[in-house]
Design a protein around this ligand. Structure first.
Ligand code: CTP
Ligand code: CA
Length: 231
């Protein structure tokens, strides 16, 4: 369904996709950030647009060209990302949170550049937690018909397997679908390929075979279409 003219099964729908990684500034030149490239979010935006949706892409520090035919809102911080996603979601049929919001931000922000001290001592960073955009949207939905999709990059550890962590996250977040990447092996950031499991609130776990980020994007929109048909 990706070659030629794809099925216009998202025609008439408005969707919101977030992409990239947020930055939390310590001072005018320094920030806490992460390695999210925005490639998967861009693939989701492009795929939805190709299938006829009206797409708003909320892009956090994405250094890639804007996809054609998509409304792009550029943000830097998690607070800005939340505001933009919440605003765009009020009239949306689906929201996919592919962005990696920084979980913490510096508790204090210095308006001027932080200087090294004369005595060689290092500053201590005090962090506070950012709001959870996905959990907030799922709990406080702008309207009941909206489909809310989250992503999770997990590793298995002594506390549980990738799928156990992911199921717990799906329950915590309250979203309709969680796209789970197993990152135990390492490189996914900036990678061209992706492989995932789609976890549903009905207990389903549907694997999506390793393939392009575009192929995963289309598999996610297929599920969104199916969830809307059920809902
Ligand atoms: N997310 C969000 N707001 C945040 C953090 C995460 O909306 N402040 C969204 C992400 O966009 C993603 C999903 O929640 O769709 C899961 O992100 P993840 O970082 O895996 O979840 P966390 O709750 O932050 O858990 P962890 O401690 O594992 O990082
Ligand atoms: Ca996180």
């Amino acid at each position: 369904s990706t070659a030629g003219a794809p099925l216009q099964d998202l025609a008439g729908l408005a969707v919101v996709v977030s992409a990239g990684g947020t930055r939390e500034y310590l001072d005018p030149v320094r920030f806490i950030g992460n390695r999210s490239s925005g490639l998967q979010g861009l693939a989701l935006a492009r795929a939805a647009s190709a299938r006829g949706a009206s797409v708003t892409l909320v892009a956090a520090n994405v250094s890639l060209p804007d996809p054609a035919g998509v409304k792009v809102v550029r943000v830097e911080t998690t607070a800005q990302l939340r505001d933009a996603v919440v605003e765009a979601s009020s009239a949306a049929d689906a929201v996919v949170m592919a962005a990696a919001p920084a979980d913490f931000r510096p508790a204090e922000h210095s308006a001027t550049k932080i200087k090294k001290s004369e005595d060689g001592s290092s500053p201590t960073l005090h962090l506070e937690q950012n709001p959870d955009i996905l959990a907030g949207l799922a709990a406080d939905r702008p309207h009941p018909g909206i489909v809310v999709v989250g992503f999770a990059a997990e590793t298995g550890d002594a506390q549980g397997t990738v799928l156990e962590h992911a199921r717990a996250k799906l329950a915590r977040k309250g979203c309709d679908l969680l796209v789970v990447n197993d990152v135990s092996g390492g490189a996914v950031f900036g990678a061209q390929d992706n492989e995932a499991v789609l976890l549903g609130q009905d207990g389903s776990a549907v694997p999506v075979a390793r393939g392009s980020k575009s192929a995963l994007a289309h598999a996610i929109w297929d599920r969104v279409v199916a969830l809307r048909a059920l809902g």
